[in-house]
Design a protein around this ligand. Sequence first.
Ligand code: C2E
Ligand code: CA
Ligand code: CA
Length: 795
Amino acid sequence: MQRALYSHLASEQGDSPEDSLRSNQHLSALIRFVTSAIDVVSVDELLWLLTGDVVADLGFEDCIIYLVDPTTGKLVQRAAYGPKNRGGHEVTDPIELDFDQGIVGRCARTQATILIDDLSSERDYVVDDAVRASELAVPILHEGHTVGVIDSEHSSVGFYTRQHIGTLQALASIISTKYAKGRTLDELRDTITELEESRLLQQALFDIAELTHTTPTLDDFYQRMHEIVGRLIPSDALFVCIMAADNSVLAFPYCYDATAGGYVDIEIPSERFASSLAAQLVLSGKARLLQQEEISELARTSLVLREGDIPFSWLGVPFVNEDVRGGIVVQNMQSSSAFSSTDLDLLTYAARQLSITITRRQKDAALRYQALHDELTGLPNRLLFGDRLEHALERYKRDRSRELAVMFLDLDRFKLINDAYGHSIGDQLLTEVSARIEKCLRGVDTLSRLGGDEFAILLEDVQTDGEMEALAQRIIEVVGEPVVLEGVVLNTSASVGIAKASDDCDVADELMKLADNAMYRAKARGKARFDFSGREDGTFINVLRIEQEIADALRREEFDLYLQPVLSLKTRVVQGFEALIRWKHPARGLVMPDSFIDVAEKSGQITEIDDYMLERAARVLSAWPQADEHAPYINVNLSGNSLSLPNLASSVSNLVQRHGLDPQRLAIEITERALIISIDQARENLQALKNYGCPIVLDDFGTGYSSLSYLQQLPIDVVKIDRSFVSTVQSSHTSHSVVKAIVSLAHTLEMQCLAEGIEQPEQEATLIELGVELAQGFRYFPPMPLAEAFHFAQR
Ligand code: C2E
Ligand code: CA
Ligand code: CA
C-alpha cells in the first residue's frame, strides 16, 4: 500500500526528479515512523502527529482532519494544523458538518478525493475560519465506509499538486489502518468480555446442575441456587413459589427480598391470585420478562401489581411436571439493573433443575416404599424382609433364650393356575392367600412376599418346634381351602420349609437358603407338607431359574445385531452406526430389547450379551472396508454391569487386535445410569478404553441421573442428547433451553453432540441451529439388519 503510493508519487510529473525524490524519501520516512507509532498512540494522538509533523513539510497553510462521530453521524473536527490550532492538541472553535454539507461533506458522501483549484465559483464552499482560494479534500475510508475526511485550504488558486493529493491519500490510509486496529482492539475487548460472560454463565450452569446432587435438602438447594444465580443476575428479590395441588394457595418456600429486609414469610391465597404476577406466572405456565413501562402499564390497566412496591424489572420462569407447579422469580427495584433474555435462559435452567430435584425427592420417598414393598399385596418384599431378619438375628445373638425361625412357603400348582386362568386370577389368588396366611400370624411376625408365589415368614419369640409345626400345619390348611374367584373354584396348597437360627447358622442368607431347601424337600415329598431344615435325608433339589431362556438364546445364537445409521447433521452423510440388539425368538418372533435387557441386567447375563454384541460388531467392522479415514464406526451399548468389570478394557483391546481393527471404529456407548453402578471402576475402564483409542459416547444425556461433574472427569467424546428433549425441542421452551445448555457445555468440554430420536424436519432445523453435529432417528433411518446397513458402509 505504502509502496504503491511511493511509486505513484515517484512518477509524479512537474516536480524535478531531485525534488520528487527528496520529498518522497522524507514522506516515506515519516510514514514508516507513523506506522510504527500506530500501535502505541491513540487515534487522536495519531491525528495530531500527522497534522503537526507531516503537514508542515508540505507547505500547507492549514489542514483539518474530520472523523465521523459514530453516534451522531456528523463529521467532527478532531485535529488541525494552521490557524485552527493555537497550540496544544485542541481544535479552535471546532465545527460539525453533515454528510453532503460543503466540500468536506460531499467528499465524505461520494468517497472521492475532491480538488478545487478556484473556490470563487464554488457554491458549496463552507467558510470556517477564513475565505480561501483553493481546497483539497481526501476521504478516509475503512471497509467501504467513510470514517473521516482530511481537508486542506490555501489562499492561492491552483495551489495543490498531484503530489499533495498522494500525500493526503497516504495519510488517510494510515488513519484508516489505525482505525481498523483500534476497532479490532475494541472488538477483541468485546469478545473477551463476552467470553468471560459465557464462562461465568457456563460455570453457573455447572453449579446449578450440581445442586441436585450436592444439596441435602430443598432449603439448601434454594439457598445455593440463589447464590449462584445471584452471581450473574444481581437482584433485589428472588423467590421460589409452589402452587398447592388444589390451587388454593401459592406457597413461597423461599423468599428473599432485600427491600423488605431479608427473608420473608408469605403465602398468597387464591382470592389474591388475580393481583399476583407470581400466581399468574404459575397458572399460565409462561415465562415472563417485564420492564418498567410494561410493568406500570400492567399496574394501570389490570389487577396485577396493585399491591406493594412496583418493581422496575421483573423476570419469572415457571416449572411444571406431574407433581409440582411453581416458579422462580427475580425482581429489581432500580433502573440500573434490568433483566435480559440471557437471564431468562439461566433462570429457565435453574427452574428445570429445581423441578427435577423436587420430583426426585418426592419419588425417592415413594420409591423407598416401593423398593421395600410388594406392589400386589403390599407386603414387605425380599429386601425389607432381609433387613428385618438381620435385625432379628442381632437380637438373637444377644439373647439366645428365644428361638428365631424363618418359614419359606411356596404355592403348589400356582403356575398351572396362572397359565390356565390368566394373570388377573393369579394375582387375586395371591392376594387372597396372603390374607389367609396373615390371619394365622401374630403381630410380631413378619410375612413377606419374596416374588412370584414365594412367601417367607419371620418368626420371633417362638418357644418350641411344636409351636412352629402347629403354625405350619395351620397355614397349610387355610391355604388348602378352596378359593372362589370370578365363579371359578381354585384349589391350591402350600409347601413349607422351616429353618431355625442356631449356633451353626446365624447368618441371614444361610438361614434363608436352609428354609428354601427345606421347602423344596417338602414339595418333593408330595406337596402340602412342611419340613424342617436339619432333618434332611440326603436328597438335594436343584433350583432352576427363569433366566434359563436367555441362557438358551445366547447358546443358540438367537440374538441379532441391528444397526442404526448416525449422520452428520450438516452433510447428511452416514458417519457410523449404533448397534442395537434384537432377539429372534423361535416362538415370539422379533423381540425388542426393552422386554429383556432389564431381566438380563438383574440376572447378570447382560455382560454376556454385551460381550456377544461387541464380538458381533467387531466381526462386522473387520468385514467392511476400513482403510480410509471416513470408514464408518459402530457404537456398541455397554451396560453398567460390564462397565464395572475390572478387565473390560483389556478384553475390548484383545477383541480389537484379534480382528485387526482400528480402535477408533469401535466406540463404546454408555448411559449415565450405567456410570452410577460403580463410578470408580467405570472411570478407570473408560480412561483405559479411551487411551487405547476407542471413542466414548454418553447416551441418554440430560435425563438427570448423573452430575455434570462426571462429564468433566470422564473422557467422553460424544454426548447423546436424550430423545425426550429432541421430541420436545420444538414445543417446550425448557427443552430448548436444556438442549442449548447441553450443547454449550459439551462444546466447552470439546465434546460433540449427537441428537437421538429425530423424527420431524422441524426438530432437525432447530438442532442444527443449536449447533448439534450428529443425528440419529427415524427421520433418517430406523435400526436395520446388517445386510441393509452394508450399503451405507460402502461410501
Ligand atoms: P438406546 O441406547 O437409547 O437406543 C435408542 C433406541 O431408540 C433404540 O431402541 C432405537 O430403535 C430407538 N430409536 C431410534 N431412533 C428413533 C426415533 O426416531 N424415534 C423413536 N421413537 N425411537 C428411536 P431399541 O433398539 O428398542 O433399544 C432400546 C434400548 O435397549 C436401548 O436404548 C439400549 O438402552 C438397550 N439396548 C439395545 N441394544 C443393546 C445392547 O446391545 N446392549 C445393551 N447393554 N443395551 C442395549
Ligand atoms: Ca444407545
Ligand atoms: Ca439413548
